[in-house]
Design a protein around this ligand. Structure first.
Ligand code: 13P
Length: 260
């Protein structure tokens, strides 16, 4: 059976502040043979900065892409502790995560800052994975759509129409991250459809090819139901991506031959 998606699925691991260079290399050695036949999906791994170089070497020659978890929009200069896009490009990063809810909440990153990061990544030829998502309080106050729309529009403000197809949007409801609580596939689909509607307003027909990932307690047991939804084009996976067998199962469930 062919994939229900007109958009190529993209399964991304966000390791957050977990795995140094040695662990990342060991992960690659175990993971790559497991996904060797997975050629109808994009697979991405975002390790901590310190593991990018060695993980990139371990992944070279494979179809698995390397991603950064963050970036600074400035080209260079006196920004202690920060990393520029040129440094990521030098290490072969194909993607960069920006606007993750942990950065928005813990480090007070605004959507304007996220927009500058996304613009800088694209200028360097690195595809931004732009994260949006509401908190539990916001959802309970019936503000989920307003929050997501506000974050989306402000975070994409510097992405012109002719580059929009290179962007990946990740919808991650904050209440589902690391909690074991997943949005039901129907609930996730509803907000993904809403996001696509907003993307149509921003980018017209290009919205049909922009991939929208779901994130929040994705695991092998629920990935198929989540991915079966019309407007869900991938997953951004935290906890369940740390184990090679677990992340491989998530990736392989996207293969057409694995669906009935
Ligand atoms: P979990 O998969 O651990 O819930 O994390 C989701 C996430 O934040 C990915 O960016």
């Amino acid at each position: 059976m062919s994939s229900p998606h007109q958009r190529r699925p993209i399964l991304a691991a966000n390791w957050k502040m977990q795995k140094g260079a040695a662990e990342a290399t060991a992960f690659a050695a175990a993971f790559l043979p497991l996904v060797a036949g997975a050629d109808s999906v994009d697979i991405v791994i975002a390790p901590p900065f310190t593991a990018l170089d060695r993980l990139g070497q371990a992944l070279s020659g494979s179809a698995v892409a390397l991603a950064a978890q963050n970036v600074n929009p400035e080209a260079s200069g006196a920004f202690t502790g920060e990393i520029a896009v040129s440094m990521l490009r030098e290490l072969g990063c194909g993607y960069g995560v920006v606007g993750h809810s942990e950065r928005r909440a813990l480090y007070r990153e605004s959507s304007d800052f996220v927009a500058a990061k996304a613009e800088a990544l694209l200028a360097a030829g690195i595809r931004p994975i732009v994260c949006v998502g509401e908190t539990l309080e916001e959802r309970e106050a019936d503000r989920a759509e307003a929050i997501v729309a506000g974050q989306l529009e402000a975070s994409l403000a510097r992405i012109p129409q002719d580059r929009a197809a290179e962007v990946v949007v990740a919808y991650e409801p904050v209440w589902a991250i690391g909690t074991g609580k997943t949005a039901t596939p129907e609930m996730a689909q509803a907000i993904h459809a809403f996001i696509r509607e907003r993307l149509r307003a921003l980018y017209g027909a290009t919205a049909e090819i922009i991939r929208i990932q779901y994130g929040g307690s994705v695991k092998p047991e629920n990935v198929r139901d989540i991915m079966s939804q019309e407007d869900i084009d991938g997953a951004l996976v935290g906890g369940a991506s740390l184990d090679p067998a677990s992340f491989a199962r998530i990736v392989l469930f996207q293969e057409p031959e694995a669906t009935q």
